[in-house]
Design a protein around this ligand. Structure first.
Ligand code: NI
Length: 185
């Protein structure tokens, strides 16, 4: 496995629409290796999600997941995001409820901003073995899945901010918003 280079905002790879992965391609060494490397890269940079365009691959796949350690008070309140690798995801909001909360992005390091997202979603996708999966997600997990799926369409969280007023550097975030940090995605 290897740690991949993460594209930063301004790199055209982040603005291109990624192409679907053919079912027959999923078990190929290229795609399997990419998924392993994306998990390793996400862990290395302590992210909660990572989409293929962020590592210069124009393919519709992302990894996500976040296990809070039990002795880490700061993260105790944050909901655990189950580990997942989703291919060709399709999102449908459940209901009309939206919630505004902080996001960060591994491709936009050390910035945080508030983004409005659907509170609950349904996701149809393929897993890394090519099996159809259908899942429902709420709250922070739903937020992460929406953020990652946006990456597959060349959309960054800044594009989703209704106003840039909450756009904040990490240092000022800790000083003035006294919220615990949010992991980058
Ligand atoms: Ni991101």
């Amino acid at each position: 496995m290897s740690i991949l280079k993460v594209a930063r905002m301004g790199h055209p790879a982040l603005r291109a629409r990624a192409r679907p992965i053919e079912p027959g391609e999923i078990k190929s060494p290229r795609v399997q290796q990419l998924i392993d490397d994306m998990f390793e890269t996400m862990r290395e940079y302590q992210g909660v999600g990572l989409a293929a365009p962020q590592v210069h691959q124009g393919l519709r796949v992302f990894v996500a997941g976040f296990a809070s350690s039990p002795d880490d008070d700061e993260h105790e309140e944050r909901e655990r995001v189950p580990l997942m690798a989703l291919i060709n995801p399709e999102i449908t909001p459940v209901g009309t409820a939206l919630a505004e909360d902080w996001e960060g992005c591994l491709s936009i390091p050390d910035l945080r901003g508030k983004v409005s997202r659907a509170t609950e979603i349904k996701v149809k996708a393929l897993d890394r073995r090519g099996r159809k999966v259908e899942l429902r997600a709420k709250n922070f997990t739903a937020r992460v899945i929406q953020h990652e799926t946006d990456h597959l369409d060349g959309v960054l969280f800044l594009d989703r901010m209704k106003s840039l007023e909450t756009l904040t550097f990490l240092d000022e975030f800790g000083r003035y918003w006294h919220a615990r940090d949010v992991p980058e995605e």
